[in-house]
Write a protein that binds this ligand. Structure first.
Ligand SMILES: NC(=O)c1ccc[n+]([C@@H]2O[C@H](COP(=O)([O-])OP(=O)(O)OC[C@H]3O[C@@H](n4cnc5c(N)ncnc54)[C@H](O)[C@@H]3O)[C@@H](O)[C@H]2O)c1
Length: 307
């Protein structure tokens, strides 16, 4: 599809890694940020920048928004995202083409449709689908290795407003056409990032919980966890337990979960195992009530396509 022009709105960790990776792949990249310090740093690295008040001077194929979405008092603060969307909308009002607006920030399901699309529409006077495209494209990079993680993704997730929006973002990721790509709805793309992060959070808390209890009963937790990990098939085996919808059963998981909790309780350490307790409680509830699970990809090719 050739070279694309892209404006990165919010040029911090994610925005910089994204822009640097897209530029290395041959696309034309303009960095935008409200922080002049940030833009100066990027100019020193040889990249072009544009102030958010001058965004209308660019007519890119895509605006990639990667502004902060902090959690304040337990709620995701989308005000930076709304501000950035309004700035993109104002620029888009004068755009003579059909650019795609891509949300890269981590946001709860429904935010792209509920916050970004209305803000861009109101500021541009154009309608999503008619005047511009919309995608949600979560980022899985780690801050410590941001640029190489962006360049070597394990998966690309494209939540698309419509087929034309999907095509516009696919054109940007054309240099990564050998990377598994999941195309889905905007909401599912938003949720994907939380599944990944919350699984990691659960895993870390689980190993911390085991560490505390095993240390207290004279076991070396690092050797135990290290040996167990060597036997695991990768960090996250997609063939096992990731679909949802069924309690864990079989000969081992229920008895071992309950058995180890009983052991910890007998040692006076039961209070140190809230994660395991919660794991068992969720399993009992699912076993008793079940949950509604959405159709699998193979049942509904429109919802998710893996290529
Ligand atoms: N850091 C990570 O490892 C990581 C990984 C995946 C996803 N994310 C998500 O990506 C988003 C961005 O994270 P980050 O770590 O890059 O944040 P960051 O703080 O490093 O960068 C955000 C940048 O956005 C700029 N900004 C704020 N409002 C703006 C506006 N209206 N217009 C233009 N620029 C604006 C800020 O000045 C800042 O430079 C967040 O939603 C975060 O949760 C972060």
């Amino acid at each position: 599809m050739g070279i694309r022009s892209v404006v990165i709105v919010g040029s911090g960790v994610v925005g910089t890694a994204t822009g640097v990776g897209l530029a290395a792949a041959g696309h034309r990249v303009l960095f935008c940020d409200v922080s002049e310090t940030r833009m100066r740093l990027l100019r020193r690295r040889g990249f072009a920048t544009i102030g958010s008040d001058r965004l209308h001077e660019a007519e890119p194929d895509a605006y990639l928004i990667s502004v902060p979405t902090p959690t304040v008092a337990g709620v995701t603060d989308t005000s930076f995202l709304r501000d950035a969307s309004e700035a993109v909308g104002r620029a888009l009002g004068n755009h003579r083409g059909w650019p795609v607006v891509v949300v890269r920030s981590t946001v709860p399901p429904g935010t792209t449709e509920g916050v970004v699309v209305p803000a861009v529409e109101a500021a541009s006077g154009k309608r999503a689908g008619d005047g511009f495209g919309v995608c949600m494209n979560p980022e899985f990079l780690r801050a410590a290795s941001a640029e190489s993680d962006f360049t070597n993704p394990r998966v690309i997730v494209i939540g698309a407003y419509d087929g034309r929006s999907e095509g516009a973002l696919r054109a940007i990721y054309a240099p990564w056409s050998d990377v598994p790509t999941v195309v889905t709805t905007l909401r599912t793309a938003e949720a994907t990032k939380y599944v990944a992060n919350l699984f990691n959070a659960t895993k870390i808390s689980f190993f911390n919980e085991m560490h505390r209890v095993l240390s207290a009963v004279g076991v070396d937790p690092c050797v135990a966890a290290g040996a167990a990990s060597l036997g695991a098939e990768g960090l996250w085996n997609p063939k096992y337990g990731t679909r949802g919808g069924a309690a864990f059963d079989g000969a081992c998981l229920p008895k071992d979960a309950a058995g180890f909790l009983g052991f910890a309780e007998a040692m006076g350490l039961g209070e140190l195992m809230p994660v395991l307790r919660a794991v068992i409680r969720v399993d009992e509830e699912i076993a008793a009530e079940g949950i509604d699970i959405p159709a699998r990809p193979s049942d509904d090719d429109d919802e998710e396509v893996i290529v």
